[in-house]
Design a protein around this ligand. Structure first.
Ligand SMILES: Nc1ncnc2c1ncn2[C@@H]1O[C@H](COP(=O)(O)OP(=O)(O)O)[C@@H](O)[C@H]1O
Ligand code: SF4
Ligand SMILES: [Mg+2]
Length: 346
């Protein structure tokens, strides 16, 4: 049985961007693989939403759909309440400009033959964000300062290969900012930089939200990073192309509902090694992640879930919905039906 989830609503505002019943498949060789299924997400202005989950669960595909780089196979993307598929050219250009994406590997996305100054001046001129020569130069200086690449004079004539990984990622952020976006999708944007640089990059991203009101969709495979970055925001936990838990970060982290989220949290190392040693890691029935080509029937997590209820979890599909006693939504049948989870052991 397949029940659909309800499109997500934000309490007090029209979402900047909303995905409603979004699915996406890709042709891989001779087969068509269903990569996303019935995704319902909404992001408000100035909000942080984190997408978390293991590699291959569909985070990047979701991020690209949010940023307008990829159309859904079915379902609708709404920009300020209007379906993107129905936008005229002018409104579509505005949507494209409003949503920017920063990729994991800035080296691959920055033109190696261009200096930082050229990389930034091109979109500024193209979108008419700064025109006269002095205006472009002033804006480049402002942007480099904004992303903590100071003094700008030391950076502006450098080529990407002359910069460190962290500096390159800052150039990517500055380039996204040239068009004054309303939302930035940061896809594993800090995964390739050293831990020491990671924290300051995360702070820079945070400042964009605090000072300029830019919403951020932050994509990471690392729940510990999500916890740190999105403490004031919300988290969507993804598993095999679906959102299985969605709610305020504090609730998801301190009182996870879905067994998959519980397993991810039990695996986060604590700052205190003593605590980590004594922390009980949740044991799954299987460590193997099923292939997207053979998604298990019922709840896709059931072959791994220690709380699996035979005859229910392997039969019925759990839609993402409210559960009694939880502030977050969860796709778990016993929980949404108001039952306690009972561990059966592996
Ligand atoms: N353009 C594409 N063509 C075919 N398969 C794709 C394409 N993009 C992504 N996929 C597949 O979709 C699944 C999810 O990928 P992705 O969204 O990149 O996941 P994540 O970012 O969570 O690692 C993977 O199995 C991947 O191989
Ligand atoms: S629906 Fe069943 S198998 Fe799926 S997460 Fe909940 S208890 Fe586990
Ligand atoms: Mg990815």
């Amino acid at each position: 049985m397949t029940a659909q989830a309800e499109p997500e609503r934000l309490n007090d505002q029209q979402p900047l961007i909303a995905l409603q019943h979004v699915s996406r498949s890709f042709k891989q060789g001779r087969v068509r693989v269903q990569v996303l299924e019935d995704i319902n997400l909404a992001v408000g202005e100035n909000e942080i939403l984190c997408l978390v989950g293991e590699s291959g669960c569909g985070k990047t595909t979701t991020g690209k759909i949010i940023a307008g780089l990829l159309p859904p196979s079915s379902g609708e993307v709404l920009f300020r309440g209007r379906p993107v598929s129905a936008l005229d050219n002018k409104a579509r250009a505005e949507f494209r400009r409003a949503l920017q994406i920063i990729h994991q590997d800035p080296f691959a996305s920055l033109n190696p033959a261009h200096t930082v100054g050229q990389i930034l001046s091109y979109p500024l001129r193209r979108h008419g964000m700064a025109t006269a020569r002095g205006g472009v130069r002033r804006r480049i200086w402002e942007l480099l300062t904004l992303v903590d690449l100071t003094p700008p004079g030391d950076i502006v004539n450098k080529f990407p290969h002359q910069l460190s990984g962290g500096q390159r990622q800052r150039v990517s952020i500055a380039r996204a900012l040239t068009v004054e976006p309303q939302l930035i999708v940061a896809d594993e944007a800090v995964s390739m930089v050293d831990v020491s640089i990671r924290v300051s990059l995360l702070r820079t991203l945070h400042r964009l939200r605090d000072e300029y009101g830019i919403a951020i969709v932050f994509i990471t495979h690392d729940l510990a990073v999500a916890k740190y970055f999105a403490w004031e925001g919300r988290i969507a936990v993804m598993y095999l192309g679906r959102v299985v838990e969605l709610g305020p970060t504090r609730d998801v982290i301190t009182r996870p509902a879905h067994p998959y989220t519980r397993a991810l949290i039990s695996a986060i190392p604590e700052a205190n090694p003593e605590v980590t040693r004594n922390k009980k890691r949740m044991r799954l029935r299987s460590e193997d992640v099923p292939s997207l080509l053979e998604i298990p029937r019922g709840c896709a997590f059931h072959p791994r879930c220690p709380f699996f209820v035979e005859g229910l979890c392997d039969v019925q599909h759990p839609p993402l919905e409210a559960a009694p006693d939880y502030r977050q939504k969860v796709a778990c049948l016993p929980l949404t039906q108001g039952h306690k989870l009972i561990e059966h052991g592996p």
